[in-house]
Design a protein. Sequence first.
Lengths: 886, 250
Amino acid sequence: MIQYLEKPFSVEESLESLNLFLRKWFEKKYKVPTPPQRYSFKLVSEKKNVLITAPTGSGKTFSAFMSILSDLMNLSLANKLEDKVYCVYVSPLRALNNDIYRNLNVPLDQVFSDITIPIKKITVGIRTGDTPQSERQKMLKKPPNILVTTPESLAILINSQKFVENMKDLKYLVIDELHELANNKRGVHLSLSVERLREIVGHDFTRVGMGATLSPLDEAAKYLVGYDGEKERDCYIVDATWDKKLDFLAMSPVKDIVNSSDKAIDNSIYKIINSVIKKNRTTLVFTNTRSGTERVVYNLMRRFKYGEEHIAAHHGSLSRETRLGVEDMLKKGKLKVAVSSTSLELGIDIGTIDNVVQIGSPKSVARAVQRIGRSGHSFNDVARGEVIVTNRDDLVECSIMLDAARKRHLDTFTTPKNALDVLSQHIVGMSQTKKWSVDEAFGVIKNSYAYHNLPRSDFISLLEYLSGMYVGLESRRVYAKIWYDEKEGMFGRRGKLTKLIYFLNLGTIPDEVAIDVMTPDNKWQGSIEEEFLSRLKPGDVFVLGGKTYSFNYARVMKAYVTPAPGQVPTIPPWYSEQLPLTYELAVEIGRFREQMAIALGHAREHGKKMLTMLDRSKLKPNEESRKLLDSLPVDENAKMAIFNYFAMQVLYAGYIPTDKMLLIEKTEDKEGERNLLIFHSLYGRRINDALSRAFAITLGEMLETDIAVNITDNGFVLVTEQDATVSRKDVDMLVSEVGRSNMRQVLMRNIRRTEMMRRRFRYNAARSFMILRNYKGRKISVRKQQINSQLIFKAAEEISSDFPIIKETYREIFDDVMDLPRAERIVRGLISGEIGYKLIETDVPSPFSHLIVTFGEADVIMMKDRRKHIRDLHKQVLAKLNRMMK
Amino acid sequence: MRISDDVEILDGMPVLYIKSLSIIVCTDLHLGYEGVTADKGTFLPKANLRHIKETIKRAVELKRPKGIIVDGDIKNEFSQVHVEEFNETHEFVNFLRNEMGLESIILIKGNHDNYIERLKEPFRMQLYTQEALMDDYLFFHGEELPSSKEGKMLIMGHVHPSIAIYNKLGVKEKLKCFLKGKLKDGRDILILPAMNYFAEGFSVNMEKGIGDLAPIFRKMLDVDSMEALCIGEDEILDFGSVGQLRNIEL
């Protein structure tokens, strides 16, 4: 059973549960336990599974570890502490592992130096990808009592026959930063490792999960503890997130964010950041992308003469040494400001931060809370943060986000379920350790929360795939990674190479193909993703590292460009590293839009006159809208900017779209060359991804044409060629047609031809060990794997449309990339009338649609069959050539 | 599509038919491809040989030729004869001889065909290590220059030609194509697209350095002057000259 604990134990009850020596040390150092500790000391000492969520500085580490150390102390005093692993600690970050290692050794050193009788000391050891071979060997002979590791290293350890002997008496498993794991495949991978570990040691162990807040907590707890057969394991939930006070504000850099130039906005943003930096000793700035981080550092240095001793960037693309150096300088209080994309958001020890500045929307309430929570030293301090918005939609989004944070409305996460790629890896791993009966192995797998409802047929299809049954008998020698006897229902090891395949290829983080960007003189300018390159055509202008370049041509893994200073980008920046807006937050923004629509309702009647007033910034919010704006945690600039933005939309387009009223806008692009059908569906990218494609496919079928889509959090656009216009009647028919059809089936019909499918399929093929990164001791660069993914996909499809990697690709697209169930619910709402829709026609896109048209993720829905497709292309080329002749 | 009274490109196929010789011509099969890539860690589902067989079957049923010429690179690996290559070549030759009833199987040796001599006897293939002159036609693979000055039409493989075009919605389309043109000395030349399923081809109108790939483009032949005849679903479409297709924007 999953149980929430509302009332902490008393201080005495908590301390009482500790070993005496440890208690003395604790009281001397900290006096009293923090709120989360007043739950956890006692629970963990009673060997209860616990999930603890709490902000930085709340003594989270000791919440989990104090009782564990205490138990091991008692063992040591009773002279029963052996050279065995009693506790495994897993975190997603190596940097965090180093911190934990240090933080555990501090009390251990002090406590043991106080004890005069000769007893065995509790040992702590780190095992990650960085651990040298010699250390690993030592660890095998003399294992540490507490093993600090990563999900990937744990997966390796449980496959080491010798090392698992050392874990047979395991008592505790601690998973840190659980919020970074429970919602993705990396966490799914870990959950299987944990259940395999449980099977290997042959008994249950106490599980402690820690992390920043996430919702729903009971799902997170289920992820932590899993199942014992059909029975859900017990777990207590301790939610101390909100015990730290947060003080935050959304700020608009300018009063009129719609009409101000990019330059004016930029200037003001940096001025604000600088004023915050000046007021504080140490400031932490968060951006949403790595390139953003670089840009901010560059600008602060250039504009305000900060030197490298004052300011530093910290993100995943930097070398480990650089990152460690930055962390160290922060800890010593030497840096004035550190700028980070995501890497400093996790619990690495970085000393005291006075203030957090977030630039642009962090896209989720939970992430906003966590990032701002990085400031303020102790639990009793107030965490201070400013969110500076960068554009009009960002402004509304951040304002509502902070309002939701204040109301403690959190967005929800989901764990990917029944991911077949991750399971492939573990089946290969399992087959190496012993001969399994299919039933027994299936039982172990189903104990993971992520696989509890796995259909047996999926499991069998993986065994078939891994045993090479998709190629002829004579090729299985090379293809098979496991031995599988269908009749006996047994599987196990096959081939000498497989052991290494598992060790060298496990993990879930896909290899990105980085394309080097070069100028004609062969100077390296930076790198772009392969997918971005595939969208570039000669002459396109794009931004890289804050500079603009014009694309010439690509060759092998290089893109050749010419610097194009001052030119306007013709292709939006690539947002694949940016996270989608969460549904819950999207809906809150939709509600706010509705309230503003009501408050501004009268404006429509005054049309022209008010528009001129607005132009001269003389238009003031009326009483209702003033009240609404005042309810938000934002500065005055932001209030006026929001007001102007909404007023402009209502005056220009007549309507403000809300979560209950879908505005569909028919318009043209600048040159009038292409028709745009803009859907103001503010539901977040995951839902819009599904909606846009369903609408595009249906419309494409109606008009027999290919359609380009552009997808953002706030809506999507369907782009058709000039001669394929859409009438009002078409739109009505389109909505009813989408409403009538089965969305999953509609998407299935077409998604196999999209760029997204190709990319995802390649990732899944790699994670399923079909495309290896490392084989026979050779590293295989992604470049060498560059066989057109679509052709591999087609070849796999010819085997069966249920081929596990194809099935997983669809699952990932529908469940992880998209949010299909919610998209379906919205379409049902459109049909039942619960959500209304309104079609308007505009000469140029309305204010709310500017960013939908210019930013976002692009894809093309190909509707024509291949024959017609090639013929049309042929016709167009000939027509073009004819025109050129004249 | 007819190239001359005697030569025809079969609709929708990377296959040539020469009436006077009663043969079909294809190139760059790279048999054993999946087996070789599997050895390097990419375990592709098998598709190449099956697709090639289907295409050959269509061609044979259409034209009833007596023989087949593979204009180089029947197999994939440079350095040796891989076991999968042996198996697939064996299966392919049996298929041609027994199921398709082709009397002569002629192979022009390509740069991937090292050690192919070992297969010559057991598989009863005719093998030309450099080039083959048959009546008016000079067959060669293309990684080296042809030495013979004879032959009215040269037939080459090796470069896997295709063209790439951005459509109106900004998507890059790649189509395998035949290249038809004239050498500077006035002889006709026809370059065949690769038959391999996984080979997308070298975009002759976009990528640079075709001269590094095949020396014939250095002095004897201007790629821009060649005509791109693309393979459609069940037809061949003339897309005009390569030069015109450079930087074309629809």
